[in-house]
Design a protein around this ligand. Structure first.
Ligand code: PHE
Length: 357
């Protein structure tokens, strides 16, 4: 027994990792371990010898077991110490400013618009930028000979020679997403669809590619009153002013009836644009009650469902809100402009934390 004690205590002392320690434990105390075998031999001893030997063996077993446990916890502590030393991190060091890029005002404003409408229960819908003639025009009640097709200054995609089908177009507005969303989800539906649109036009306030956000709300009893409230609520939140005044001007779009263009009250006093006060008006969007033919084209029964739609220029409201004078600069990728008008990457717009800080 003394030999066994010396042997195992000695080996336990020298072991360097937990796996080797476990091997030792099995060799001593495992089912076929040396000490376990000795325990089994007790049965063959004479009763008077057995008593003394049994007690001594038990003591030896406890002693080795204790040594194994102590070593195990020491090895664990050492491993943790090594890890802590290895993974040491000075949390008091200042953060490294890694501001290489900024968020483009169009992205920022798209996020702001999305946050506001999400709060009103609108989901985001999407559609392709290369759109079929049917989605961009016909389904929206713009027949082939309709003058609106000319007004849209459409970019047409090329067709293979001899292919007589109408060419696809770069979508001229986000309104085709109305059709796609209604086809996909049916009614009731409440979506916005932000995205790129294209028209052949270029001056200080027009670029061949720009951004719109479409809005669509269809239910059993949605009216112009709901449209007006929704847009007022949006403008108050977006321009971050306590009150805004909107002016609905009768207008015409083939896909809405009645239709209205919406202006916002503003002032240019001192060359600075202020929203919500003054005697000037700025047009910000087109809107109306979705035409029954449009509902029908999208597979929604106009006898049961009705609602409003609007289309707003994202670049335009970005210019208004952030005082950016020239639209063309949006798409020139001039680093000085981007640094000046761009937003910090971590300033996520949210209604709770503020849209723009
Ligand atoms: N699609 C129209 C445009 O681009 C805007 C609009 C959308 C008008 C929805 C009414 C309803 O000018």
């Amino acid at each position: 027994m003394d030999e066994l004690r010396t042997k195992y205590l000695d080996q336990i002392g020298k072991v360097a990792d937990e796996a080797a320690l476990e091997d030792l434990r099995l060799a001593a105390l495992g089912k076929k371990g040396e000490i376990s075998l000795k325990m089994r031999e007790l049965g063959q001893m004479a009763p008077d010898v057995r008593q003394g030997a049994g007690a001594a063996l038990n003591r030896l077993k406890d002693e080795i077991d204790a040594a194994l446990r102590a070593k195990k916890s020491a090895l664990g502590d050492a491993a943790l110490d090594a890890r802590l030393k290895d993974e040491w991190l000075d949390v008091t060091l200042p953060g490294r400013p890694r501001r290489q890029g900024t968020i483009h005002p169009v992205s920022q404003v798209t996020e702001e618009v999305t946050a506001i409408f999400a709060d009103m229960g609108f989901a985001v819908a999407e559609g392709p930028q290369i759109e079929s003639d049917w989605f961009n025009f016909d389904a929206l009640n713009i027949a082939p000979e309709h003058p609106a097709r000319q007004e849209h200054d459409t970019f047409f995609m090329a067709r293979a020679e001899g292919d007589a089908r109408p060419p696809h177009v770069l979508r001229t507005h986000t309104s085709p997403v109305q059709i796609r969303a209604m086809q996909g989800q049916g009614a009731p539906i409440r979506v916005i669809a932000p995205g790129r649109v294209y028209r052949m036009d270029m001056d200080q306030t027009h670029t061949p590619m720009f951004h719109q956000v479409e809005g669509l709300a269809i239910d059993r009893d949605i009216s112009m009153a709901n449209l007006k409230w929704t847009l007022e609520e949006f403008c108050r939140a977006f321009f971050e002013v306590p009150s805004v005044e909107l002016r609905f001007r009768a207008s015409h779009f083939p896909f809405t009836e009645p239709s209205a263009e919406v202006d916002i009250r503003c002032s240019w006093a001192g060359g600075v644009l202020k929203i919500g006060e003054g005697d000037s008006w700025l047009e910000i969007l087109g809107s109306g009650m979705v035409h029954p033919k449009v509902l029908a084209a999208a597979g929604v029964d106009p006898a049961q469902w009705q609602g409003f739609a609007f289309g707003m220029g994202i670049d335009r409201i970005a210019m208004l809100k952030y005082g950016i004078p020239d639209l063309r600069a949006f798409f020139e990728s001039d680093l000085r402009w981007l640094r000046h008008y761009g937003f910090a990457a971590l300033d996520q717009p949210s209604l709770a934390a503020g849209l723009s800080r």
